[in-house]
Design a binder for this molecule. Structure first.
Ligand code: ADP
Length: 328
């Protein structure tokens, strides 16, 4: 279960911090986004203003949090990181907002899950940099206004369609993060190997990259597991043979699918006879969480063409059947 993206031990996530690129130049891939940010940051800096609010969407592990941290660093300000479930009560988000210094970056992960009251507070905060509060009830109710410093909100979501339009409309820039190409992931492996002081050949890096589902977080995690394997089995460096052996042991197949991916596909093929199946039915049959299936597993299966979404449900494609050796 080490490979399940949602499971994260404290040590692992601490190590992840040390692997984060520190500036845009170190941030690999996502060319268009990087270019837009470079221009935005330069323009804002030359005007002495804060950067416009930015909404990033895409599957977990593609580098959304990293972007927020890089923006803050490049702008020379602080970045506060939080997630919507931690902002249940309006006063949680108020506390954060009133303590922002001019230009600071506020990163809110899973922003589509904000409670309604908290979200409504954000509207005037984002647009006019103030909070309007209603104090008291009925005829004696008064509105109090709290001014805020100009700040930059970086919102992140795995489900952009779940955002309300008033919230979405308040972002100046809305950008999708793409899955990474194998060569980009290989570069990330080499960079991470340098930080971890591990020897990886270019074949070894590519083997790990090919099995990382287009995702930097996964490529780093696989590299650490392969490093463990190489160390214990006494290999001096990670080449494609070691990488393949270790990843087979971890049950990550050549397409990067793990045990859960294969369970989802084989359930659709065997149990539902490849007919359209709803998310809840699939979750119930596999014992996986519906939200995790939708936001973590499905995007990559859709990307590689193993899954299709139809109005009546998801169906596995012939390529998926072929990959699993389940052709009829
Ligand atoms: P998200 O917020 O989208 O879930 P993160 O920003 O936390 O993803 O990124 C996960 C990990 O992947 C980070 O620790 C970082 O080391 C690595 N990473 C992400 N994007 C890149 C990139 N473009 N180049 C190098 N490493 C990256």
């Amino acid at each position: 279960t080490i490979l399940q993206p949602q499971v994260e031990s404290g040590v692992e996530s601490q190590q992840e911090e040390s692997l984060r690129p520190q500036n845009l130049a170190e941030y690999i891939g996502q060319k268009d986004l990087k270019q837009l940010l470079e221009i935005g940051i330069q323009a804002a800096q030359s005007r002495g203003e804060s950067l416009d609010h930015l909404l990033l969407y895409g599957p977990p592990g593609l580098g959304k949090t990293t972007i927020a941290l890089i923006i803050a660093r490049e702008m020379g300000v602080n970045c506060k990181i939080t997630a919507a479930p931690a902002l249940e009560r309006p006063r949680d988000i108020m506390g954060l907002l009133v303590n922002m210094a001019p230009g600071d970056v506020l990163f809110i992960d899973e922003i589509h899950r904000l409670a309604r009251m908290s979200e409504e507070l954000l509207y005037s905060a984002m647009e006019d940099f103030r909070i309007d509060l209603t104090v008291g009830k009925g005829t004696s109710a008064k509105t109090r206004t709290i001014p805020l410093s100009k700040f930059t909100l970086v919102g992140a979501t795995t489900k952009v369609g779940a955002l309300t339009s008033p919230l979405r409309d308040r972002f100046g820039l809305i950008q999708r993060l793409r899955f990474y190409e194998v060569d980009e992931l290989s570069t990330i492996v080499s960079r991470t190997a340098g930080i971890l002081q591990t020897q990886v050949t270019s074949d070894g890096a590519e083997e790990i990259a090919r099995r990382a589902r287009g995702t930097p977080r996964i490529v780093n995690r696989l590299l650490k597991r392969v490093r463990d394997y190489a160390q214990v089995t006494g290999y001096p460096q990670i080449d494609s043979t070691v990488a393949t052996e270790a990843l087979e042991l971890l049950q990550v197949d050549p397409m990067g699918l793990d045990w859960t991916d294969r369970l989802l596909l084989s359930t659709m093929i065997n149990q539902f006879n490849s007919r359209p199946v709803g998310l809840e039915a699939l979750a119930a049959s596999t014992g996986e969480d519906a939200q995790t299936i939708e936001e973590v597993y499905e995007p990559y299966l859709l990307q590689i063409g193993y899954l299709q979404r139809t109005p009546r449900g998801r169906i596995p494609t012939p390529q998926a059947k072929q990959h699993l050796g389940l052709e009829d």
